[in-house]
Design a binder for this molecule. Sequence first.
Ligand code: SER
Length: 314
Amino acid sequence: MEKHLVIGASGQLGIELIIGMQTRYGIHAVVASDIRKSNDKDVNRSEFISLDATDIEAVRKTLQQGGFTHVYHLVAMLSAKGEENPIAGWDLNMKSLLNVLECAKEGLVQKVFWPSSIAVFGPNAPKIKTSQDTFCDPTTVYGVSKVAGELWAKYYFEHYGVDVRSIRYPGLIGHRSQPGGGTTDYAVEAFYRALDKKPFVCYLDKDEALPMMHMDDAVRATLDLMEAPKQEIKTRTSYNLSGCSFSPSELNEEIFKFVSDFKTEYKPDYRQKIAASWPDSIDDSEAKNDWDWKPKFTTTKLVEQMLEGLKSIV
Ligand code: SER
């Protein structure tokens, strides 16, 4: 029987992924782990294990005792926070990944999922429909750690046969959990301000388009990639993945259709420079060809679903 461990389960993606896996595989097929337990009552229907992913002995013991077949290793310091703490970001992102890859090499788990990001791209990559294999020259520590992590993933696959699979996520948007420390986080905050009837102050320029994705698409992509037959996974660094793409002013327009007095003010800070170094949109032909990826959410549908979802929980 398959048993799935999510490491970093209390973060934005972890919460949504656990709920998605509970629906697909059952509550007892999924175990959450993190250094702190989430308050989400749905997540907490599954078992929780307290785990510091930077401690390889603790990771090894958890995998040995749990009999897990799949590990989703989501621990990371994101782009904006990473720029404030470059060495801590590098240490956390790389150490925790290598711990999981070493344990997989020892045969303690059959499949590993590890998220990469649009942050692998830098100012010299084409901005529109950025392709899978374009030049990666990231300007953030987060991006540097993701490029290095992708190469480590490929290295462990090629040298040790570790079945590690990965997606370069765009900015992720869902109503069940909030992001922290990223550059794309503004898009989630906009919805909270809209429902609070408060003005939204955006830290990016109004025309700074970025690739984005609804959480339901992200979770479905992750689980579909993990279920795909091994021979179909041709990219062992990380797959480009595209959902939709919008700028803060386009998001404002879409929210305005539902919340008529919604208004965004623009006060760009250091995060604008990070966003400007990333693509506006992504070409995900490889994911489409190799494992039949197809996004379901347009920007309009994402906005509608996000507002409905948030209203249902507040
Ligand atoms: N959401 C991430 C960030 O903004 C990008 O993958 O840092």
